[in-house]
Design a protein around this ligand. Sequence first.
Ligand SMILES: [Zn+2]
Length: 322
Amino acid sequence: MTWESRFINDDALAAYAAQPITDFPTRVAALINQQLATWPQLGKATEALSQVQYKELTVKGSRMLAQFNPARIVSTAAKVDTASIQARPCFLCAENFPTEEKSVPFGDHYVVLCNPFPVLKDHLVISEREHTPQAIAPRFEDLLDLTAALGSQYFTLYNGPSCGASAPDHHHFQACNRAGIPLFDEVSHWPRTPLSSPTELDAYSLDGYGLKILVASSAKKDTITAWFHETVFDIAKATAATAEPLLNLIVTHDPHCWTVYLFPRKQHRPSCYYAQGDNKLTVSPAGIDLTGILVVPDLNHFARLTATDVERIYAEITLDLK
Ligand SMILES: [Zn+2]
C-alpha cells in the first residue's frame, strides 16, 4: 500500500475545516476533525480522554498531574526489545493501518496521523513514510521545521529509541496541544544557571526543579542545532553511550523563536516498574510524562501514587550533567 492512498486532500477536508485551508495548522485541525468523525476507535478514545481522572501532586515544589489512562497500557507496558519489535506488525506502516486511518503529508517524507491512544488534546504522530529506525541526529532540523509549521498552539516531542518510543524501529515524532502543560509554567518559575553559549542562544539549566533539564532558545535554526549536537555529544560522553544517548525532547515555537527542552536520561524505566506487590507502579516515563503529565494506566497504582514516589521516579530516570 502506498502513502498516497492514505492521504486526504484539502477538498475532502474542506467540510471539516473551520475556515478555508490555506495553511498547515488549518489542514491539521481539519484532519483531526475528519478522523474524529469517521474513525470510531479514535472517537471513542478521545471521548474517554475527556473523562480521564487526574490527581494533582506537588513534587519538590513543582506542580504535576498524574493521569489515570487505562488505554495507555499498550504503550506503558510495551515490549520494546528487538525480538518483540520484530515479531509484531509495525503500527506506523500504512499497510497495517485500520481502513479509516488517514493522513496529510508534511514535507517529502513525513505524514501526520492522529494518535489512536491519545494522552493530550490534539495528539498527533508525525511519522517517517519509510520504515526506518528512530534516530534524532539526522532529523533534528526536521523537528524544528515541524514545530514551526504547527505553530504556537502545539509542542512537539521526540522519544529516543531506548527511552520511551514504542516504535523504535519506525521513526516518528509526536505533537500535542500546549494548553495546561505544567512544564511551561514551571520553567518560568525556577532559578536558572546559564550555560555557556553564543550570544544568539539563551541556554540554561534549572536549579531546584525535580527533573534535570537543559533548555535552549534561539531564533536561529543553525545556532540551536549546533547547541543540540554538542549537548548530545556531551551526554553520550558522560554516559559512555555507544549509540544515541538516552534523551527526550520537547520543542515549542513562538514567533521567530524555538525553545528546546532536553531531558538527559539515566534510564528508561524506574525501579518501581519492575518491583513486585505494593511497591510496583506501572509507569514508564517518556516525553509527555516529563512535561508533568505522568500517565498511570493501572487504577490501583494511580490511587497509591504519592508525590514522594514521583520525586524518586524523576530522580532515578533523569541525568544531572553537572
Ligand atoms: Zn513501520
